[in-house]
Design a binder for this molecule. Sequence first.
Ligand SMILES: *Cc1c(COP(=O)(O)O)cnc(C)c1O
Length: 500
Amino acid sequence: MTMPRRLLIEQGGPGHRGPALPACDVPVRPLAERLPGVRLRETLRLPQVSEPEVVRHFIELSTLNHHIDRGLYPLGSCTMKHNPKINDELAVLPGFALAHPLAPDEANQGALSVIVELERALAEITGFAAVSTQPAAGAQGEMTGLLMIRAWHRARGQGEPRRRVIVPDSAHGTNPASVHLVGYETVTIPSEAHGTVDLDALRAALDHRTAAVMLTVPNTLGIFEARIRDITRLAHEAGAQVYMDGANLNALVGMVRPGDLGFDVMHINLHKTFSTPHGGGGPGAGPVAVAAHLEPFLPAPRVVERDGLLRMDHDREHSVGRVHGFHGNFGILVRALVYLSTLGPAGLTEASRTAILNANYLMRRLSQSFELPHPEHCMHEFVLSGRALRKHGVKTLDVAKRLLDFGVHAPTVYFPLIVEEALMIEPTETETLDRLDHFAAAMERIAREAAETPQLLLDAPLTTPVSRLDEGRAARELKLHWGGARQAAQGPVQEASSRA
Ligand SMILES: *Cc1c(COP(=O)(O)O)cnc(C)c1O
């Protein structure tokens, strides 16, 4: 029997204590005496709970939802891989975690050197001249890249005619959103049969009004765009810049450098490629890497070395300015640098190769029980279609829900939009053959269930704390506040006096 779930404030009771502290041996002075004129609450309602109660409460909460430390999380396009715990440990070292962004540069040399070293490593990996770690997410990196492209066109007197950005129809939704944010217009071009860019459509769309072409590599079908050099050449001949959405860099590290392919600027999702999975919406980091001609436009301030000291350089005439308060999501930068340093060049290449191998293994095996619209070799992810299940009255969403009963998070569903009933699967390099086989066996069983017992899929998940939710209402009528009816039925709480 499961216990009814209670909030911490509904548990415990008088006398339940947290850590046992020695008796106070210094004089006690009421807070109000020390803060004259400050209005303090008379009482503060706090739970009165013991340490085991608190620990059990949070451990139980951690098991209610699926997460990467519980099981496979093959969320295509999001690269949910294991975050080595050493990365977390080093990121919370007091020298990093307590570094104050307003401390003088002299006192922050260690933190600033993390930024400089990471920027150098990312420049080396991507083949670009310079990197800024300031943007806090992939989408913000896109916006920053487009701002730099806009500044570059303006500096050349081309700001006015060039206001269009060509984006293939397979792109992530953030691409057109970023285009809109910088005041540009999106021109969508279709993909051809292999899901790659239709060069004729690109040629027809390029003209004197084109500011940039945005390309995701590998694309959202997990396929490597074989004619990138043609694409970057055509764009440059038309006077446009080429942006690479590098969120899928996990497939390329150590094998291909975007800077060598003719791109002008890209962003990197540290939280996808270099540790720090981002379930729950954050935090992340989306550094931008640029070719030499865009370096003057990078966000300010930059960390530079002067007189043997690392300093923040704010004096950058052509910069697009700040895109983040202080230095970006610093903890994520530390994790990325630890990850890069522990794996080294050979280890990073091996990680990408294994990610590709795992994806191809699953793709070939699952193509026997699901439709595979694009059967060419994939990179780090691939896309199946659940279209054939319709005849049993079952949808891709039902497959996704049923997977939870096997301890597997759903793949990305209904994206990319160019595949009907899409299931976008990315196992990553961190899963063993044993776990890949478990996932494949679950998918195969679900395919059989769809034909034999479809109602089971429509009712799934059956083993999770809650089953199907009204997702529209769950998003719009979020109840995050403790109170109302529950307050009346509350357990014992401590009336802690703020004067104590
Ligand atoms: C994740 C992703 C983005 C956006 O990155 P965020 O960090 O979520 O803002 C952009 N493009 C692609 C292809 C992605 O997979």
